[in-house]
Design a protein around this ligand. Structure first.
Ligand SMILES: Nc1nc2c(c(=O)[nH]1)N[C@H]1C(S)=C(S)[C@@H](COP(=O)(O)OP(=O)(O)OC[C@H]3O[C@@H](n4cnc5c(=O)[nH]c(N)nc54)[C@H](O)[C@@H]3O)O[C@H]1N2
Ligand SMILES: Nc1nc2c(c(=O)[nH]1)N[C@H]1C(S)=C(S)[C@@H](COP(=O)(O)OP(=O)(O)OC[C@H]3O[C@@H](n4cnc5c(=O)[nH]c(N)nc54)[C@H](O)[C@@H]3O)O[C@H]1N2
Ligand SMILES: [Mo]
Length: 742
C-alpha cells in the first residue's frame, strides 16, 4: 500500500473520505455532497486498528478438548493456524451433515454486517451453505417482523413493496400534504442509516421546508426528539397508540367525518369493526375519554386531532418502532383503518406511509432500479424460523409453534453458523439466549472484532472490515454508485468472508460450485458488468467498470420529479380492474382469514391490548437505535471513551428516586440487570425511560451487564402468533442508584 492517500468509500451510514498513512487509517472526513453527514465515521480509524480486533483464527478450549458446550461465554481461546482452523470447521460441517443432515444446520445469520454488494457476509454464508446442501434459514427481520406478517393481509402487498414503492415521496408531501400525523417520530438520527447507505442525508432539510410552509405536523411519541423541531409534540405512553387511534375512529364515525363511500367501495369489514369501537358488540365504546385514560392524552386533544385529520390532506406516518413491541401488528393494521376512514388512500400526499425516517432513502424520488447482485444460489432445505424465534428454536427442538396461520415445528439444530451479525447484541432477553446457546454441538462465527457473539463461538474466523478489500457500493433509492477501494492491508491475519468460504469449499469438495473459479475481483467486475447492462436496458446511463474504478463514485441520473408515483393510484381509480392482493381485493378492515387462525390476541380486526404492567417495575423502557453508531458496530472505539451506556429519564422520575444526572444507575427487572449513566431530559415522558441499543453484552459473575445492553431486560416473546416479530420496545423496569449489587 502507498504511503499517504485519501479515497471515498460508502457504508450503511453513508459515504465519507478515508485518509491512510503507512497502511493505517488515520482520519475520515465527510463526503462533500452530504448535507448532514453522520459522525459515525469518526469511530472508524480507532475501531479498525483496535486491540479488540481478532488477530487470527481461534478455537474455544472446552470445545477443542472435550466438545463441551456449556462453557460458551466463559472459556479460553486457543490460537490456531488458518490451515488447522479450516480443517476443523470443514470436518465438523461434514460430520454434522452426514450424521444429522443439512436440516440441522442453522445459517439464518441475521445481521447488517457492512455495506458492499459482493462482500455481503450473509449472502456469502448463504451461497456457501447452499453449495453444501442447504441450511435452516430465518424469515423477515428484527426491524419489521410484525409488519411483514400483517400488512399483506390488510393491503395485499408485500411490506417491502409498500416501503419502497407504494409510498408518498417527500416531494409529493411537500406539494400536497396539509397534515402530517406522525406516530413514533420521523427521526433524522435514524435516517442517517440505510441498507447500503444513504448518501445525501436530507430528512431535516425537507422538514425545514415543511416547517416554513406552515404544514401541520404532529409527532405522537413518548420522546420529543423523535421528530425534527418543526413538529408539535403530542406525548403518548408507549404501547397505547391503538387506543388513541380507536378514540380518533370513534370521533370520525360519531361526528360523521368518516368517508363512508371510500369505506364501502374500497374496504371490506368496516361494519363489523365499527361495532367494536362503538361498543355495539356488547363491549364498551372506545371513546376519547377511554382513550385518554390509556394514552395520557386529554380527550379534548383527541377530538381536536380527529377533526383536524378530517380536514385537508392528511398523511399518517407510522415508524417501525410501533410494531417492534408485543402486539405490534395492531398499530400497523389500525393505522391502515384510520387512513381508510379518512378516505385519502390513493390521493397524492394522503393515506398512509410506514418507516419514513426509520431508515434513510425512504421517501426519496428515485427511479426504481435493480442493484448489483451477488447470487446466493438455491437452498434445498425449505425449513425456516421467524428470525427472532432463535432462542425458542434452540430451547425447544421438535416443539410446535404458530406462525401466520401455520402450525410449525422447530428443527433440532446441531450447528450454528453466524457471519455478519451480532445476536448477543440484537436478540431480546440475552440471558435466555445465553442458555439456549449451550444446546448446539458447534458454533462457528466470522467477525472482525471480539464481540459478545465471537466470545461465544467454538471456531472463530477473523474477518476483514470493508476497508481491507474492494467492493461495489449501492443502495435502494440512492442515486450514487461507488467503487469502494481497498484502503489498507487486512489487519492481523484477517481474511475476507469470501476467501474463508472458498477455502472451506475446497475442503468440502464444492469449490467450483461456490467460487465458479473466480477471484473476488473477478466476481466484483462481473456483478458490476451485469448491473451496467441491466441499467442500460432500463435507459439508465452508468459508468463502465474501469471508469467507475478510476473515478471512485458517480451520481446517477435517476431522480424523478413531475411523474412522481402516487401510491395506490390505480386501485383508487378502478378497484375492480386493479384489485389489491387480499382475499376480497379490498383493504381488509376485517380479515376472515386472520379470524380463522383463531389467535386470541389477533381476532379478525385490530384491537387494543393493554401493555403488560407490573407495579414492581413501574417504568417503561424503550430501546431505540443509537444516534452515534450503527447498532453494535465499531463499539470497540466507543468503549474507549464511554465507560457506560446512557439511560434517559425525565427529571420528575429522577427526583422521586433521589438520583441525579451523571449517577451510575442499575436498571433491572425479572429477566436481568445492567448499568448506565443517568441523563435527565424533559423531552421524555415521565414514567418512560430510554436506553439505546448497541452495547457489547458483558455480564459479570452476578449476571450484571456492565456494558449496558437493554436486551438483558427485554422480553423474548414474539409480537404475536401472527408475526412472531421482535418485541423489543416497551418493557417494564425499575431503576436505582448502583450500590454494587445486581
Ligand atoms: N432492544 C432492542 N434490540 C434490537 C432492536 C431494538 O429496537 N431494540 N432493533 C433490532 C434491529 S431492527 C436490528 S436490525 C438488529 C441489529 O442487529 P445486528 O445487525 O446484529 O447488529 P450489528 O451490530 O450491525 O451486527 C453486525 C455485525 O457484523 C460485523 N461485521 C461487519 N462487517 C463484517 C464483515 O465484513 N464480515 C463479518 N463476518 N462480520 C462483519 C460487525 O462487527 C457486527 O458485529 O438489532 C435488533 N435489536
Ligand atoms: N443512527 C442509527 N440509525 C439507525 C440505526 C442505527 O443503528 N443507528 N438502525 C436502523 C435500523 S436497523 C432500523 S430497523 C431503524 C429503526 O427505526 P424505528 O423502528 O423507527 O426506530 P427506533 O429507534 O426503534 O424507535 C424510534 C422511536 O419510536 C418511539 N417509540 C417506541 N415505542 C413507541 C410506541 O409504542 N408508540 C410511539 N408512538 N412511539 C414509540 C421511541 O420514542 C423511539 O425513540 O433505524 C435505523 N436507523
Ligand atoms: Mo433493523
Amino acid at each position: 500500500m502507498g504511503n499517504k492517500s485519501s479515497k471515498v468509500t460508502t457504508s450503511h451510514w453513508g459515504a465519507f473520505n478515508v485518509f491512510v498513512e503507512n497502511d493505517k487509517i488515520i482520519n475520515t472526513e465527510p463526503f462533500h455532497a452530504d448535507p448532514a453527514p453522520p459522525n459515525i465515521s469518526e469511530l472508524v480509524p480507532k475501531a479498525v486498528h483496535h486491540s479488540k480486533r481478532i488477530d487470527q483464527p481461534y478455537v474455544r478450549k472446552g470445545w477443542l478438548e472435550k466438545h463441551s458446550t456449556n462453557t460458551r461465554g466463559n472459556d479460553e481461546y486457543v490460537p490456531i493456524s488458518w490451515e488447522d482452523a479450516t480443517d476443523l470447521a470443514a470436518k465438523e460441517l461434514i460430520r454434522i451433515k452426514n450424521d444429522f443432515g443439512n436440516e440441522t444446520i442453522f445459517g439464518g445469520s441475521y445481521g447488517w454486517a457492512s455495506a458492499g454488494r459482493f462482500h455481503h457476509s450473509q449472502s456469502q454464508l448463504h451461497r456457501f451453505l447452499n453449495s453444501i446442501g442447504g441450511y435452516v434459514s430465518s424469515y423477515a427481520s428484527y426491524s419489521t417482523g410484525a409488519a411483514q406478517a400483517i400488512i399483506p393481509h390488510v393491503l395485499g402487498l408485500n411490506f417491502h413493496k409498500i416501503t419502497w414503492g407504494e409510498i408518498n415521496s417527500w416531494s409529493l408531501i411537500e406539494k400536497h400534504t396539509d397534515n402530517l400525523i406522525i406516530f413514533g417520530g420521523i427521526n433524522p438520527k435514524n435516517s442517517q442509516v440505510s441498507m447500503g447507505g444513504s448518501t445525501e442525508h436530507d430528512v431535516s432539510k425537507h422538514f425545514n421546508t415543511f416547517g416554513k410552509m406552515g404544514k401541520n405536523m404532529i409527532s405522537i411519541s413518548p420522546q420529543k426528539d423523535d421528530s425534527p423541531k418543526d413538529t408539535i409534540w403530542l406525548p403518548i405512553m408507549p404501547g397505547t397508540d391503538v387506543a388513541l387511534m380507536l378514540g380518533i375512529a370513534h370521533v370520525l364515525e360519531t361526528e360523521k367525518l368518516a368517508d363512508q363511500l371510500f369505506l364501502s367501495k374500497y374496504c371490506s369489514g368496516y361494519e363489523l369493526f365499527k361495532r367494536y369501537f362503538l361498543g355495539t358488540d356488547g363491549h364498551f365504546a372506545k371513546t376519547p375519554e377511554w382513550a385518554s385514560d390509556e394514552t395520557g392524552i386529554d380527550a379534548s386533544k383527541i377530538r381536536k386531532l380527529a377533526r383536524n385529520m378530517a380536514s385537508g390532506r392528511t398523511l399518517i406516518s407510522v415508524s417501525w418502532s410501533l410494531q417492534r413491541a408485543r402486539y405490534g401488528e395492531h398499530p400497523f393494521w389500525m393505522a391502515c383503518v384510520l387512513a381508510a376512514m379518512l378516505g385519502q388512500i390513493g390521493l397524492p400526499g394522503g393515506g398512509i406511509g410506514f418507516g419514513y425516517g426509520a431508515i434513510g432513502n425512504i421517501g426519496k424520488t428515485a427511479k426504481r432500479m435493480q442493484g448489483p447482485l451477488f447470487e446466493q444460489g438455491t437452498n434445498p432445505i425449505s425449513d425456516f424460523i421467524p428470525v427472532s424465534r432463535i432462542a425458542d428454536m434452540l430451547l425447544n427442538p421438535g416443539g410446535s409453534y404458530n406462525f401466520n396461520g401455520e402450525k410449525r415445528v422447530y428443527p433440532d439444530i446441531k450447528l450454528v453458523y453466524w457471519c455478519g451479525g451480532n445476536p448477543f447484541h440484537h436478540h431480546q432477553d440475552l440471558n435466555r439466549l445465553n442458555k439456549a446457546w449451550q444446546y448446539p454441538e458447534t458454533i462457528i462465527v466470522h467477525e472482525p472484532w471480539w464481540t459478545a457473539t465471537a466470545k461465544r463461538a467454538d471456531i472463530v474466523f477473523p474477518a476483514t472490515t470493508q476497508f481491507e478489500r474492494s467492493d461495489i457500493g449501492w443502495a435502494k433509492g440512492d442515486p450514487y454508485i461507488f467503487y469502494m477501494p481497498q484502503m489498507i492491508s487486512p489487519v492481523g491475519l484477517a481474511k475476507n468472508d469470501y476467501d474463508i468460504f472458498s477455502e472451506l469449499s475446497e475442503k468440502l469438495n464444492c469449490k467450483e460450485k461456490f467460487t465458479h473459479n473466480q477471484s473476488s475481483d473477478e466476481w466484483i467486475k462481473n456483478i458490476y458488468d451485469k448491473f451496467y447492462k441491466q441499467s442500460k436496458d432500463q435507459g439508465i446511463k452508468v459508468l463502465n467498470f474501469e471508469t467507475l474504478k478510476e473515478k471512485n463514485f458517480e451520481r446517477m441520473s435517476i431522480d424523478l420529479n413531475e411523474e412522481d408515483y402516487v401510491p395506490f393510484k390505480d386501485f383508487r381509480k378502478d378497484p375492480l380492474a386493479h384489485p389489491l392482493g387480499t382475499p376480497s381485493g379490498k383493504i381488509e378492515i376485517y380479515s376472515e382469514k386472520i379470524a380463522n387462525f383463531n389467535y386470541p390476541e389477533i381476532p379478525g380486526h385490530p384491537t387494543y391490548n393493554k401493555p403488560f404492567l407490573d407495579k414492581n417495575f413501574p417504568l417503561r423502557l424503550l430501546s431505540p437505535q443509537p444516534h452515534d453508531k450503527l447498532h453494535s458496530q465499531l463499539q470497540a472505539a466507543v468503549e474507549d471513551t464511554n465507560d457506560y451506556a446512557v439511560l434517559v429519564m425525565n427529571p420528575k422520575d429522577a427526583d422521586a428516586r433521589g438520583i441525579s444526572r451523571g449517577d451510575l444507575v442499575k436498571i433491572w427487572n425479572s429477566r436481568g440487570c445492567c448499568l448506565a449513566t443517568l441523563e435527565l431530559q424533559e423531552t421524555i415522558l415521565p414514567g418512560v425511560v430510554s436506553m439505546a441499543t448497541g452495547a457489547w453484552f458483558s455480564p459479570g459473575e452476578d449476571g450484571l451487564d456492565i456494558a449496558g445492553n437493554p436486551n438483558v431486560l427485554t422480553a423474548d416473546t414474539g409480537t404475536s402468533d401472527l408475526g412472531q416479530g421482535s418485541a423489543a420496545h416497551n418493557i417494564e423496569v425499575q431503576i436505582e442508584i448502583y450500590n454494587k449489587k445486581c
